[in-house]
Design a protein around this ligand. Structure first.
Ligand SMILES: [Zn+2]
Length: 288
């Protein structure tokens, strides 16, 4: 080997090693990190998230599961991944199939960086407004597109707008799919400044004390406020729980007596408005 090439190879090796140690060093105790990994078997299916269902994951006080819907987007997802990476945090991305098909490298980056992938349909329709066959087809196409981009299977699913139906829930359960609603959300489908969004999330988290948090990695305000939010979670004593599919039977936390579905009330209102005005329900601030 010529001397110059020897030097080049040595420098590359040194750079690789230092990058490896630098990555380990940056995940120090002052970072938010992952407090625990929660393995969830989806065998037989389940539904979690108090906004829609009377049970959620059995999280301890101050434990938070971060979930991001509707991506990936080349405009905003890289910033979200960078913010998560900087704090050594793992999240779950519920992908829209057509976005995964258009941005497979971003999906592979999510997987490579240790995040969990779930499906959020192929084209983000309000499934309740489709025929059963059309709804199933969009979900199936979404799983296929997400899994092709991720190069791995997924058994996690979230309904767009939380607009489930009893028939679709039963069908997903028969296919061993875990259905995720949310315990709280950022309302980032509304126009807000990053600081307003961050303060709203923190206020809701302090009030709820724990929960599955819904965010959107497609929203500029979310991407912009995420670094500061993760710092706030650290200083506020919140702990990140990373959910992954696996073999452990899930443990659920039941809703207090008097529970009602918040999303059902929103959907009823939005769909009534749509019927009256013949407008697109997505325009009426349905949770996305
Ligand atoms: Zn969505």
């Amino acid at each position: 080997m010529r001397p110059l090439r020897v030097v080049f190879v040595f420098l590359c090796l040194a750079a690789g090693l230092s990058a490896k140690y630098a990555a380990a060093a940056t995940c120090s105790a002052d970072k938010l990190g992952v407090a625990r990994t929660l393995v969830l078997s989806t065998k037989g299916g389940f539904e979690v998230g108090f906004k829609s269902y009377p049970q959620s994951l059995d999280l301890a006080d101050h434990e938070v599961v971060l979930t991001f819907d509707d991506g990936p987007s080349p405009k905003t997802t890289p910033a979200v991944l960078a913010a998560l990476g900087k704090e050594c945090v793992k999240a779950t991305f519920f992908l829209i199939g057509r976005n995964a098909a258009a941005n497979p490298a971003l999906v592979r980056r999510e997987v490579a960086e240790g995040h969990t992938i779930g499906n959020h349909t192929y084209s983000h329709p309000i499934l309740r407004l489709l025929t059963e066959a059309a709804a199933r087809a969009d979900i199936d196409k979404g799983f296929a597109a997400d899994e092709k981009a991720a190069r791995q299977p997924t058994s996690f699913f979230r309904f767009p707008g939380f607009a489930d139906t009893p028939a679709l829930r039963a069908w997903l359960k028969s296919r061993d799919i875990g259905i995720f609603g949310a315990d709280l959300w950022a309302s980032d489908w509304l126009t807000m400044t990053p600081d307003e969004e961050r303060e709203l999330v923190l206020e809701r988290l302090r009030k709820a004390g724990r929960g599955i948090l819904l965010l959107h990695d497609t929203k500029q305000s979310t991407a912009a406020m995420l670094p500061a939010l993760l710092r706030d979670l650290k200083t506020g004593g919140f702990k990140i729980v990373h959910i992954v599919p696996g073999d452990a039977k899930p443990v659920f936390r039941k809703a207090p007596s008097g529970w009602t579905s918040e999303t059902e009330a929103i959907l009823a209102k939005v769909l009534r408005t749509r019927a009256a005005k013949r407008t697109n329900p997505a325009a009426a601030h349905l949770p996305e």
